[in-house]
Design a protein around this ligand. Structure first.
Ligand SMILES: [Zn+2]
Ligand SMILES: [Zn+2]
Length: 192
């Protein structure tokens, strides 16, 4: 997590979440995501044109991309009408000190990113199962966006803000905020 300046809702016309694919075409596969984010945050979410994976983010020895580089690429994107930007990568991401990350966010900032790589049952040698994948994508997207609204990790095992160290953790937690986190969120963005 990285701490950042916080654009807050109600500033100008920035009322939406922009979804930005990183060098991939996932709008169709993730067609469920804008509606799920609207449900979670009460904010419109819409697709933006894809941008390339940043040069220099790739670490050859690890076969992974540095998540912070993707956040920096999002930070260079003009705000437009977007209050928050969610980058979506279909490559494996890591952060210093961690083998991998499902996503990363600028806490209280504008940008966050998720990786689909380890959310696919295929990664674990399992056959595709749409609902499992969809649930994971929603949980990770809501989790990282939750960080951008200032939420920290939560101890409630069912809360979407619970930290996921493994895909089992992601599958165990729910898609919703616990009452405590929901309360904190509503103090920032109001009630969905
Ligand atoms: Zn987190
Ligand atoms: Zn919580």
């Amino acid at each position: 997590m990285v701490r950042g300046e916080n654009p807050s809702p109600g500033e100008g016309n920035a009322v939406a979440i922009g979804l930005i694919p990183f060098g991939c075409s996932v709008e169709e596969e993730l067609s469920f995501l804008p509606e799920a984010l609207h449900e979670a945050f009460g904010l419109q979410a819409s697709w933006c044109p894809a941008i390339p994976l940043p040069r220099g983010a790739y670490r050859k020895g690890r076969g992974q991309y540095l998540a912070a580089s993707l956040l920096q690429a999002l930070a260079r994107t003009p705000p437009g009408k977007y209050l928050r930007l969610l980058g979506i990568a279909d490559v494996d991401l890591y952060a210093p000190g961690l083998n991998f990350v499902f996503g990363q966010a600028v806490v209280g900032g504008r940008e966050c990113v998720i990786s689909l790589w380890r959310l696919r049952p295929y990664f674990y040698g399992l056959s595709p199962e749409g609902s499992v994948f969809r649930d994971r994508v929603v949980k990770e997207a809501v989790h990282e966006l939750g960080h951008t609204f200032g939420l920290d990790h939560c101890r409630d095992p069912g809360c979407v803000m619970r930290f996921s160290n493994s895909i089992a953790d992601t599958d165990r937690k729910g898609r919703d905020f616990c009452p405590h986190c929901r309360g904190s969120l509503e103090r920032v963005i109001g009630r969905p």
